[in-house]
Design a protein around this ligand. Structure first.
Ligand code: FMN
Length: 443
C-alpha cells in the first residue's frame, strides 16, 4: 500500500494511488431541505458525505475593500491583511484541520469495493486497497456489529497540524473536533437514510495498521459505521441536516437581538438527542454531557444560568440575573462575544466517570460526545438562520464556579455561542451552490 505523503497544506494527497473523481460540485447525492427516501449508496452519496465533512467548501477571503470596513468597526485584530484560507463544513480550532477521512466500502454500482482515502483538494477518493476492508476494521471494535455495515468511516488526526500552535491543548481540540465530525456525520447519515453508529471503544493500533499509517505522524481518532436500512435496526441520529450547507462560525460577533424560546429549545433538544454508540445509555439521549446555559436574551426566559437535563428535557435555573458579571473574569478573550450572544452553551462532561472502565481513553470519548453536541447546536442555529461559534477560550474553573459545578469531575469542556449573526458572513465565500442563502429573512 502507498504511504500518504505530506504536503504543505492541511490535507493529505496520495498521488501514487489510483484516484476516483467524485461528482463536483458537492450536493449531487444528498438533499437537506426535505425528507427523501433512503439514498441508494453510490459514488455521489459517498462524495457528498466526504465533501460535507472535510471538503473545501468555503474560502475565508479578506479582500482590501472588506478589510477597510471591518477595520473601522474594530472587529479585526490589528495587522490583519491578505488572509485567504480554504474552510470546511465542520469547525476546526484555529483552522488547523488535523483530520483525515478514510472510507471502507463494499462494492457499489459505480464504485469498486476498497479502502479509500478522501483527498479534499482533489475531491476524489484515492484507492489505498482494492479489497473490502470493512470486516477487518469492525474486528477492531470492542463491540463489533453482527453484520458488516455498508461503509466504515475512519477519521485520523495529523499531529503536527495542531501541535505547533496548541501544544498541550492539542489533544483536547482534536477530540472535540472528532466529536464535531461525528455530529456532522450523524446529520448526514440521517439525510442519506443511513443508520449511523459511533463506536468509541476500539483498538487504535490495529486500525492504524490497517490504514498503513505512520503513527509518529497520524493516528485514528474516530470510527463511524454507516448501515443501509436493511442492514441493521440501529436508530438513526437526529441532528438536523438542514443547517449543513450554511454553518460557519460567527467570528464577526452577534447582534444583540433576542431569539425566540422555540429557537432556543430547538438547539437544546437536538443537542441532547440520543445516538447509536457502544456507550451505555446513549440511544435515548446523550448520557455523559450536560448543557449549562448562560441566557442573555431569549424571549420569555429570564436572563440567568440554567442547566438542561437531557433525560427529562427540563430547564432548571442555576442562578438568576445577568450572567455576565459572574462569568466576566473567566472570559478574558471571549467576553465581548458572550455579551453579544443571545445564549452561550457550556457543555459539561465528567472527565473521571469513565476512567475505571475505559482508562485514559475516556478523555477522548468524553470530548467526542461534547463535540457532537456542539456541532448539533451549530447546525440547528444555521438551519434557523442564526449564527453560532464553538470556542474554548474561557477559563474552565471560573465558569465551573459560576454554575456551581463539582470540580474536577464536572468540567465545562466546550462553549458554543448562538444568536443572530452581526455580519452576514462577508468573510466566508461559499463554494457550494446551496451555501448562498442570505440571512435577510431574520433581519
Ligand atoms: C475544538 C474547537 C475549538 C475552537 N476554539 C475557538 C476559540 O477558542 N476561539 C475562536 O475564536 N474560535 C474557536 N474555534 C472556531 C474555529 O476557529 C473555526 O471553526 C475555524 O476558524 C473555521 O471556521 P468555521 O467554523 O467558520 O468553519 C474552535 C473550533 C473548534 C472545533
Amino acid at each position: 500500500m502507498d504511504r500518504l505523503t505530506a504536503v504543505d497544506a492541511p490535507w493529505n494527497t496520495c498521488r501514487r494511488a489510483p484516484a476516483v473523481p467524485l461528482p463536483f460540485p458537492i450536493g449531487q447525492g444528498l438533499q437537506f431541505d426535505r425528507v427523501t427516501a433512503p439514498a441508494e449508496l453510490s459514488r455521489a452519496v459517498l462524495g457528498d458525505l466526504a465533501g460535507y465533512l472535510l471538503g473545501l467548501t468555503r474560502v475565508h477571503w479578506l479582500p482590501d475593500a472588506e478589510l477597510a470596513v471591518l477595520s473601522r468597526s474594530g472587529l479585526l485584530p490589528e495587522g490583519t491583511c491578505d488572509t485567504v484560507v480554504a474552510e470546511r463544513p465542520v469547525p476546526s480550532g484555529g483552522r488547523c484541520y488535523p483530520s483525515e477521512l478514510y472510507l471502507a466500502t463494499r462494492e457499489l454500482p459505480d464504485l469498486p469495493a476498497g479502502l479509500y482515502h478522501y483527498a479534499p483538494a482533489r475531491h476524489a477518493l484515492e484507492r489505498l486497497r482494492a479489497t473490502d476492508a470493512r470486516a477487518d476494521l469492525v474486528r477492531c471494535l470492542a463491540a463489533p456489529p453482527h453484520r458488516p455495515p455498508a461503509v466504515v468511516a475512519v477519521f485520523t488526526s495529523v499531529f503536527s497540524r495542531t501541535a505547533a500552535t496548541y501544544g498541550d491543548l492539542a489533544d483536547r481540540l482534536r477530540a472535540l473536533e472528532a466529536g464535531a465530525l461525528a455530529g456532522q456525520l450523524l446529520a448526514l447519515g440521517e439525510a442519506a437514510g443511513l443508520h449511523t453508529r459511533i463506536p468509541l471503544d476500539f483498538g487504535d493500533e490495529p486500525v492504524d495498521r490497517l490504514l498503513g499509517l505512520d503513527t509518529e505522524r497520524e493516528s485514528c481518532h474516530l470510527v463511524v459505521t454507516l448501515s443501509t436500512m436493511d442492514d441493521s435496526a440501529v436508530p438513526a441520529g437526529t441532528a438536523p441536516a438542514a443547517g449543513i450547507p450554511y454553518r460557519c462560525s460567527a467570528t464577526e460577533g452577534f447582534r444583540t437581538d433576542a431569539i425566540s424560546a422555540d429557537e432556543f429549545g430547538a438547539m437544546l433538544t437536538a443537542a441532547v438527542a440520543g445516538y447509536a454508540s457502544d456507550l451505555p445509555g446513549t440511544a435515548e439521549h446523550v448520557a455523559h454531557t450536560v448543557p449549562y446555559v448562560a441566557v442573555n436574551r431569549v424571549r420569555g426566559l429570564a436572563p440567568g444560568g440554567y442547566r438542561y437535563d437531557p433525560a427529562s428535557g427540563r430547564l432548571e435555573p442555576v442562578f438568576a440575573g445577568d450572567p455576565l458579571p459572574r462569568l466576566a473574569a473567566s472570559l478574558p478573550v471571549s467576553y465581548q462575544a458572550v455579551f453579544e450572544a443571545s445564549a452561550t452553551f457550556f457543555l459539561v462532561g465528567d472527565v473521571e466517570r469513565g476512567v475505571p472502565r475505559y482508562g485514559d481513553r475516556w478523555y477522548r470519548m468524553q470530548h467526542i460526545e461534547c463535540g457532537l453536541l456542539a456541532e448539533r447546536i451549530c447546525l440547528v442555529a444555521a438551519a434557523l438562520g442564526l449564527g453560532s461559534h464553538l470556542r474554548c477560550d474561557y477559563e474552565a474553573d471560573g465558569v465551573g464556579r459560576a454554575f456551581g459545578l463539582a470540580a474536577p469531575a464536572q468540567a465545562p469542556l466546550a462553549m458554543v455561542l448562538a444568536g443572530p449573526p452581526r455580519q452576514p458572513r462577508p468573510l466566508h465565500v461559499p463554494l457550494i451552490p446551496a451555501g448562498t442563502r442570505s440571512t435577510e429573512a431574520r433581519r
